[in-house]
Design a protein around this ligand. Structure first.
Ligand code: KDG
Ligand code: MG
Length: 402
């Protein structure tokens, strides 16, 4: 079998997605997600200008060699644009491999290690009371794990909380909006939020929280300590993670489990975090981490250090990545949890998929390959629209991490 053609489909059914479709001379095609929120066209151009020409004529079964060819062969390695493009190619090739062998991708990754993939939902509210109600609503929907975020008194908006009544979607059309931030207000507020949530839901549900890279290590250590009585499943992205040993200080001060990695692209972003056991969950996504080929190796490396996976699964990762994460999560031994932020109805119509949610778990389905396809005609009705994530400033105007 040979790769005969590869094309890129850019569409915006509610939000932007970049999808790679690789076709073979045997009539089998595979899909890969190449979406990088706010930088979509850079990945599309990396694929069309630099990767696709090198793929034509190759054997799609050679996933390891093709991955090395694209990663090492470029000389210029790593970075989100490069790795999302390589990730899209790798995932599309595994999809083709599964279809050609008439088996779901999870069987190529080791087979099923569990009955389903434990997922966590997103709950939020403008106030603590609204956030508590939303956690309870998700538990009523059967979720066994819920992430809680709430608005903070004194701040107009914050990460994870929608501005109006629509579902939460951080990327906004047009140029980047600006939000204001105060770590002081956040640190005072968040333990009170979890006190109320725990009081309302009891101990039998997993609670999670995303700091979204906004604290310093000593601030994060304080938050981790103050959240200990509420037994979080994890505290996510407490600090910006360029400095891996920033996590050492947090780890030495608190038993609240730590998750990070949604913005990582290779093992070299997480090597020390894992080997030093400074984190409990590694959150790299299949797409931004460069595909199944490296993610499987990273998971196996993490397993040696008691680190489990918790792949990023926000709505800016397309249903192709969601399917990939579910095949991966059901197969690998050191799976921890999977993020589940449901896509809009328009997105689900464009990307028809076999995966489904039931009673706190998701299931990848048994279709050969990934079990996702794209309706290209429908996709063409939703043209790309420039959109950006917000930027964030402290109350005095200093630019800070969003
Ligand atoms: O594109 C950015 C989002 O994917 C990110 O803000 C979502 O932090 C996130 C999460 O945990 O889902
Ligand atoms: Mg996050």
């Amino acid at each position: 079998m040979k790769i005969q053609n590869a094309s890129i489909i850019i569409c915006s059914p509610g939000r932007n997605f970049v999808t790679l479709k690789i076709e073979t001379d045997e009539g089998i095609h595979g899909l890969g997600d190449a979406t990088l929120n706010g930088r979509e066209l850079a990945v599309a151009s990396y694929l069309s200008e630099h990767l696709i020409p090198c793929l034509i004529g190759r054997d799609p079964f050679q996933t390891e060699d093709i991955w090395q060819y694209l990663y090492r062969g470029a000389y210029w390695r790593r970075g989100p644009v490069t790795m999302a493009a390589i990730g899209a190619v790798d995932v599309a090739l595994w999809d083709i491999k599964g279809k050609a062998l008439n088996t779901p991708v999870y069987n190529l990754l080791g087979g099923k290690s569990r009955k389903g993939v434990l997922v966590y939902a997103h709950a939020h509210g403008a106030t603590v009371e609204e956030a508590v109600d939303d956690v309870v609503r998700h538990i009523d929907l059967g979720y066994l794990a819920v992430r809680a975020q709430s608005g903070i008194l004194g701040l107009e908006s914050t990460y994870g909380v929608p501005k109006g009544l629509q579902s939460y979607e951080p990327a906004e059309r047009g140029l980047p909006s600006e939000s204001r931030w105060s770590s002081e207000l956040y640190l005072r507020h968040t333990p009170k939020l979890f006190q109320k949530v725990r009081e309302a839901v009891g101990e039998n549900v997993h609670l999670l929280h995303d700091c979204h890279h906004r604290l310093t290590p000593i601030e994060a250590a304080r938050l981790g300590k103050e959240l200990e009585p509420f037994h979080l499943f994890w505290l996510e992205d407490p600090v910006p993670a360029e400095l891996q040993d920033g996590f050492k200080l947090i780890r030495e001060q608190t038993t609240t489990p730590i998750a990070t990695g949604e913005v990582f692209n290779t093992i070299w972003d997480a090597h020390d975090l894992i080997q030093q056991q400074w984190i409990d969950y590694i959150r790299m996504s299949i797409v931004h981490g460069g595909g199944f080929t490296p993610l499987k190796k990273i998971a196996d490396f993490a397993a040696l250090y008691h680190v489990r996976t918790g792949c990023h699964g926000a709505t800016d990762l397309s249903p192709v990545t969601m399917a990939a994460a579910l095949h991966f999560g059901i197969a690998i031994h050191n799976f921890g949890i999977q993020e589940h932020m449901p896509h809009s109805a328009e997105t689900d119509e464009v990307f028809r998929h076999q995966y489904r949610y039931e009673a706190g778990y998701m299931y990848p389905g048994n279709a050969p390959g990934l079990g996702v396809d794209i309706d290209e005609k429908l996709a063409s009705k939703y043209p790309y629209q420039r959109a950006y994530l917000p930027i964030n400033r402290k109350l005095d105007g200093t630019l800070t991490d969003w």
